[in-house]
Design a protein around this ligand. Structure first.
Ligand code: NAD
Ligand code: DAO
Ligand code: ZN
Length: 368
């Protein structure tokens, strides 16, 4: 069949809207009509050329929601008309990683997904017979996609696509980091570096679990108002603060119980560790730093009990946890609506990237 998609032909070039050939679903695969997709910082990271794993030409996008149109042989858990969210972190429930119950990083299709291919090592997308690569196993900047069954979370049918698409990455990454990775407890002091599409979700989850102080750090003063609306209690602008770590240690009587780095900057990653409380403070790294970057600190920071941890997709097991997060949104426990600041047709997707780069948007959503 044909599908309309935004193609990333090469790093740094604007996306172009094209008609693409899409092969139907093979064994264990599902054809999905994407109804809406968010534009995440990570799409920009890959498009910019900073991502060492970036492959071109490809169809970016990893924050979508849509409807099952057809299923391939052997698909058991999904059928036509089911509402789904594609998962860039699948959940096969069979591999060593899934069975360990220690991580959400299912590895069953990792090697092909990382090469922009489906599990049989071919692409379903092509133009004039030349393959166009998949991205993060999702490629939600295409109106129709083919995805392995294990990379789809089935969600309730009354949830609006233009909101729950954001659960495909940003909401789950931020909320999950608080609930699943850090397991923040009521009364904890929390620091959030970067108040964008991820950091604001960390803030709302910290408030949800009853955190005490929730301190936000951002260079953009315009982020203060929305972060306060989501539960931030104190704001630090590094541009106006001599020593960010000292300021946090003073505000929290010795340091944060939990800090979250949601920028992707190695300097703020170090601050995120060093602002933690001696003996127990945990720094959770969510931001993705550019290729070749390294983090550093004095090892004594770790010897004296501070912990550095990472979190991918919020530590969420997609097929199990994403439907629950959709329920929390539908029950009014999570606010997604106020984070979606812009809506665009696919034809204007490049404007969505510009709005992100200028700091004007929190999330832009493309509607098909
Ligand atoms: P964003 O651009 O919406 O937000 C980043 C925020 O950081 C902005 O408000 C910006 O003003 C602020 N900022 C930038 N530099 C700063 C500095 N030096 N000091 C203080 N504030 C600064 O980005 P986002 O969509 O929230 O993504 C944040 C990071 O998370 C990115 O690196 C993205 O790639 C990564 N990410 C990780 C995962 C994961 O699973 N680990 C998932 C999605 C995104
Ligand atoms: O299993 O080796 C692996 C890779 C897992 C990918 C997790 C990606 C999380 C960070 C990238 C940002 C996603 C938008
Ligand atoms: Zn697995």
């Amino acid at each position: 069949m044909k599908t309309k998609a935004a193609i990333a032909w090469k790093a740094g070039a604007p996306l172009t809207i094209e008609e693409v050939d899409l092969e139907g679903p093979k064994e264990g695969e599902v054809l999905v009509e994407i109804k809406a997709t968010g534009i995440c910082h990570t799409d920009y990271y890959t498009l910019s050329g900073a991502d060492p794993e970036g492959i071109f030409p490809s169809i970016l996008g990893h924050e979508g929601a849509g409807v099952v149109v057809d299923v391939g042989p052997g698909v058991k858990s999904l059928r036509k008309d089911d509402h789904v969210i594609p998962l860039y972190t699948p959940e096969c429930r069979q591999c060593k990683f899934c069975l360990s119950q220690k991580t959400n990083l299912c590895q069953s299709i990792r090697s092909t997904q990382g090469r922009g291919l489906m599990p049989d090592a071919t692409s379903r997308f092509s133009i004039d017979g030349k393959p166009i690569f998949h991205y993060m196993g999702t490629s939600t900047f295409s109106n129709y996609i083919v995805v392995p069954e294990i990379a789809l979370a089935k969600v309730r049918p009354d949830a609006p696509f233009d909101k729950i698409c954001y659960i495909g990455c940003g909401v789950t990454t931020g909320v999950g980091a608080v609930l699943f990775t850090a397991k923040v407890e009521a009364g904890a002091n929390v620091v959030v570096f970067g108040l964008g599409g991820i950091g604001l979700n960390v803030i709302q989850a910290a408030k949800m679990v009853g955190a005490d102080k929730i301190i936000g750090v951002d260079l953009n003063p315009a982020r203060q108002a929305i972060a306060r609306k989501f539960g931030m209690t104190h704001f630090i602008n590094p541009g106006e603060t001599e020593n960010v770590v000292d300021a946090i240690v003073q505000l929290t009587d010795g340091g944060a119980d939990y800090s979250f780095e949601c920028i992707g900057n190695v300097t703020t990653m170090r601050q995120s560790l060093e602002c933690c409380h001696k003996g127990w403070g945990q720094s959770i790294i969510i931001g993705v730093a550019a290729a070749g970057q390294e983090i550093s600190t004095r090892p004594f920071q770790l010897v004296t009990g501070r912990v550095w941890k990472g979190s991918a997709f919020g530590g969420a097991r997609g097929r199990t946890d994403v439907p629950k997060i959709v329920d929390w949104y539908m029950e009014g426990k999570l606010n997604i609506d106020d984070l979606i600041t812009h809506r665009l047709p696919l034809e204007r997707i490049n404007e969505g990237f510009d709005l992100m780069k200028s700091g004007e948007s929190i999330r832009s959503v493309v509607l098909y």
